[in-house]
Design a protein around this ligand. Structure first.
Ligand SMILES: Cc1ncc(COP(=O)(O)O)c(C=O)c1O
Length: 386
């Protein structure tokens, strides 16, 4: 066989998705890959049935079906206050995954540096490599996953990055960036003429007293913010693969080209059906937040039974459990043992860290209460050690 491309040597297959496959082989409770085991809102299911009988079976407009983009623009404006022209500020993508790839390929030339906070969502390193960019990592530090402003400024000075990626709320730490932190990042981006690429699929899953700040809505945002977002988590439809890039018209004009040749477009019937989600009343979002706050409380209580330390997220639905007291050589070994012997799948934490950090396994709590209780019962055995 001829040699495959050099760029593939820089990253592995997704560890997260790999753990999902392992979980299913061992019939373990899957708290690895972040997706719910409950249904989307009824309104979406009804709209999906209706869409199957409508004229939505051929390609939609490449950058998004007009009805979907219009509903999306209204929804974004309702929550962030940012005024959008659906024809000039949005490209509809196959999830935030494609949105990130589009953003990176639109912003970066081969060889450009991109600042990424570590720990980070594993796609970012692969996105950087696939777009030819080189990630420069700046740590987020315990206990509150904050960053050192001098360290970030030094990274900008040294590497003159083309962009910085901000995952807000963050996967896997659950960090929610404050307006002040975002302003500081925007200030550096302006000083060094860099893009700020934000990935915000958990914008509606934030726990009190924290609240989500839309970077693009800050007065300092100018036209350098590229928002990547998704309907996956907000409407419990990770399989529908609907997301978007939101940016200034100059960026969107270029991003449309990348998107067109990557995927042509997101599924037309699903765009049509998802309009029903975008039009849900405000009460839907407060109930979503309250529901996740209650899952978070339950899951953290269950984890306390293990006697092991863990992180407490400000947003999103992930927890890093410190498995170092169990004495495994690596987190991969621990995560595989957890699947085989305990029956619960998580993700080895090292896949999120630039640093050689093998202390953690990441679990998520986007599951029904009974699933979380069943997982908690199994995990409680960890109190006795291995
Ligand atoms: C931070 C972050 N970005 C993007 C994604 C991918 O989302 P999507 O389903 O929209 O592609 C995920 C999924 O877990 C995520 O955690």
């Amino acid at each position: 066989m001829p040699a495959t491309a050099h760029r593939l040597a820089g990253f592995t297959e997704s560890v997260i998705r790999g753990m999902s496959r392992l979980a299913s082989r061992h019939s373990a409770i899957n708290l690895a890959q972040g997706f719910p085991d409950f249904d989307p809102p009824e309104e979406l299911l009804v709209a999906l049935e209706r869409a199957t009988r409508g004229p939505f079976h051929q390609y939609a407009v490449t950058w998004g079906a007009p009805r979907f983009r219009e509903a999306l623009a209204r929804k974004i404006q309702r929550f962030s206050g940012v005024e959008l022209d659906p024809d000039r500020h949005l490209v509809v993508t196959c999830g935030s995954t494609e949105a990130m790839m589009v953003a990176m390929m639109t912003a970066c030339n081969p060889g450009d540096r991109v600042v990424v906070f570590s720990p980070f969502y594993e796609n970012y390193a692969a996105d950087a490599i696939l777009s030819g960019a080189q990630p420069v990592f700046v740590p987020l530090r315990a206990p509150d996953s904050g960053f050192d402003r001098d360290e970030l400024a030094a990274a900008f000075r040294q590497h003159q990055p083309r962009a910085i990626i901000v995952c807000n709320p963050s996967n896997p730490t659950g960090k929610v960036f404050s307006a002040d932190e975002l302003r500081f990042i925007l200030g550096l981006a302006e000083q060094f003429d860099a893009f700020v690429i934000t990935d915000e699929p958990y914008e509606h899953i934030v726990f009190e007293p924290n609240s989500h700040v839309h970077t693009a809505a800050l007065p300092e945002a100018g036209d350098r913010v590229i928002v990547c977002n998704s309907l996956s988590k907000t409407y419990s439809i990770t399989g529908w693969r609907l997301g978007y890039v939101q940016a200034s018209p100059g960026v969107i004009e270029q991003a449309r080209k990348v998107h067109d040749f990557l995927t042509v477009g997101a599924a037309a019937p699903l765009q049509e059906a998802a309009v029903a989600g975008l039009e849900l009343p405000l009460s839907y979002y407060s109930e979503l937040r309250a529901g996740y706050a209650s899952k978070r409380r339950l899951f953290l209580d269950l984890l306390r039974e293990t006697g092991l330390p863990f992180t407490e997220p400000q947003g999103a639905y992930y927890v890093l459990l410190d498995i170092s007291p169990l004495g495994f050589a690596t987190d991969h070994e621990a995560a595989e043992w957890l699947v085989r012997e305990i029956g619960v799948a998580g993700v080895p934490g090292s896949s999120f860290f630039r640093e050689p950090e093998h202390r953690y396994v990441r679990f998520h709590f986007a599951k029904r209460e009974e699933t979380l209780r069943a997982a908690g019962e199994r995990l409680a055995r960890l109190r006795l050690g291995r």
